[in-house]
Design a protein around this ligand. Structure first.
Ligand code: TEU
Length: 545
């Protein structure tokens, strides 16, 4: 049945469970913590929540290394806690999407443990990507691919592991061996895992590394071809990203979801070089949504932002899918910091204490609020990452001994990794660990200045970032901004300007104020200003008399 297609317009709030709310007090957030805070999400006004992984895991990559896809890690609670959270969310009219990690498992998964012990060529090894090495004694890795987290993409099996000699492939950490998705047994297992969670009542899945599941046949060496037109100057024709074979898998899963009701959805995490490629993920019989990373990667530049919005609406529209919009997640620098980075600072990953080009926090927060004011006016579905509704900046001074991102370890501290966007949330200015729990434990230290960002403080301030998000979400809902189209307005070279019915949206990405005219009535300002000239780094929704 067709269902309501709620995902076409939904605002989906990403929960990073280990940093959201900690009911047990062990310093790591958990499912009962989420249940206890659902009313806060209801009052914020989101339609759905997406939970980063909470399945059984040794936590080498914060749960993106799953050892058992059908259970909850004791750190986060139990399956009963999950069911309770799901029911409590549904009771409040909030849908629940869970993270599925199908590209790789943990090395502690029973299949991988069996594979290590089994012989080359065995059924057990065929579930992963084992190959003989190159060189006289196979002492060199099978090809030249490099892990996303740094270092090589192959790990050799040792005597201590099992049957030594062969190498296995891992796009990410060595503790995250890649499945072989050309193997029907792997496909059947994941159909069954999908049904396990669908039967419990989840509304859909965010599919991790959806672009990496199929590798180019023969696993050829990678010879990079730079493509200036693509996202972040990225590369095309990478032999492990965006291979055509992934589409069969999505079509297969689309059918599994359709066995239920029309309201279950798949959202692909696909880092692809262009919007045209990205849109192929959401053809009518494939995924329902995919993240719009070109949008996330867009710098603070009016022309670039106008272009990416236009191209997104065109590319997704051409396949009949909603565009999605996202500014922050658990892998990138929080946008209240990222948007104030200078050209010479690192754009993709965590900002370390030694990094050059540290962002100005005041400018960053203004731009972050303005960027959100634009994002939440756009047609389609938007993602909000926990903490951005408080205007949290990236945590920049995490002491080395606390860092946990495998990137940090695999590059010997050369890349700081993603811990700076994963720090536990401040709920109360006064409480221990800012109310994250009542013991004061916290798996990453919270910056002292976060007291000013605590939810209970922002609750009482009409001009806080939290109040802005609430207003934006309420108006978005009242005006049905999730559906429909937009009409561009020519206001200023440094402006992003369009209208949706009688509602005008303008953002000022330049250095000078932009006069809007004396007939404006403001509906929302990204931060308070007097008069009718839009200051630099702000945005507004308004009507005209
Ligand atoms: O991320 C996939 C991915 O490609 C990212 O690693 C991205 O390239 C990088 O973070 C940009 O800085 C997903 C998850 O979101 C991430 O948390 C996991 O570590 C990764 O998969 C492995 O499961």
């Amino acid at each position: 049945s067709p269902g309501s297609e709620w995902w076409r317009t939904a605002v989906i709030y990403q929960i990073y469970p280990r940093s959201f709310a900690d009911a047990s007090g062990d310093g790591i957030g958990d499912l009962p913590g989420i249940t206890s805070r659902l009313d806060d999400l209801k009052s914020l006004g989101v339609d759905a929540i997406w939970l980063s992984p909470f399945m059984t895991s040794p936590q080498k990559d914060a749960g993106y290394d799953v050892a058992d896809y059908r259970d909850v890690d004791p750190l986060f609670g139990t399956l009963a806690d999950f069911d309770e959270m799901l029911n409590a969310a549904h009771t409040r009219g909030i849908r629940v999407i869970v993270d599925l990690v199908p590209n790789h498992s943990s090395d502690q998964h029973v299949w991988f443990q069996e594979a290590l012990k089994a012989a080359p060529g065995s059924r057990e090894r065929a579930r992963y990507v084992f190959r003989d090495g190159r060189g006289e004694n196979g002492e060199l890795p099978p090809n030249n691919w490099e892990s996303v987290f740094g270092g090589g993409m192959w790990q050799r099996v040792t005597e201590a592991d099992g049957t030594p000699g062969q190498w296995y492939l891992h796009i990410f950490d060595a503790s995250q061996p890649d499945f072989d998705w050309t193997n029907e047994e792997v496909r059947e297992e994941f159909r069954s895992i999908l049904r396990f969670w669908l039967d419990r009542g989840v509304d859909g899945f965010r599919v991790d590394v959806a672009h990496g599941m199929i590798k180019e046949a023969g696993l050829p060496d990678y010879a990079p071809v730079a493509d200036a037109d693509s996202m972040g100057g990225g590369e095309q024709n990478v032999p492990y990203w965006g291979q055509d074979g992934v589409h069969d898998i999505y079509r297969d899963w689309h059918k599994v979801l359709a066995e239920y009701d029309g309201d279950r959805a798949l959202c692909g995490e696909a880092w692809l070089p262009t919007l045209e490629k990205t849109a192929l993920w959401v053809r009518p019989d494939e995924m329902h949504q995919t993240f719009n990373f070109p949008y996330l990667m867009t710098p603070w530049d009016a022309e670039a932002l106008r272009n990416v919005i236009r191209e997104s609406l065109d590319a997704f529209g051409a396949v009949g899918a909603p565009s999605t919009w996202v500014l922050s997640n658990h892998d990138v620098i929080r946008h209240a910091s990222r948007l104030a980075l200078t050209a010479d600072s690192p754009q993709g990953e965590g900002i370390g204490p030694k990094s050059a080009g540290k962002p100005d926090p005041v400018i960053g927060l203004s731009r972050g609020r303005a960027a959100t004011t634009v994002m939440l006016s756009l047609p389609g579905s938007a993602y909000v990452y926990q903490g951005e509704e408080l205007g949290l900046p990236e945590a920049m001074e995490i002491p080395d001994e606390f860092r946990q991102d495998p990137t940090w370890f695999r590059t010997n501290g050369e890349r700081y990794g993603r811990d700076g966007c994963r720090v536990p949330l401040p709920w109360t200015a006064e409480g221990k660990a800012f109310g994250f729990n009542d013991t004061g434990a916290s798996w990453l230290p919270q910056p002292a200045e976060w007291a000013a960002f605590a939810r209970d403080v922002e609750e009482t301030q009409p001009d806080s970032t939290l109040s802005l998000y609430r207003s934006l979400l309420a108006e978005r809902r009242a005006r049905s901004l999730g559906s429909g189209s937009l009409v561009w307005d020519d206001v200023d070279a440094d402006a992003v300007a369009f209208h949706r019915g009688d509602l005008h949206i303008v953002a000022n990405l330049g250095a000078e104020p932009i006069e809007l005219g004396d007939d404006v009535t403001f509906v929302i300002q990204s931060e308070p200003f007097a008069g009718t000239a839009l200051p630099p780094n702000t945005a507004a929704w308004f009507t005209r008399a």
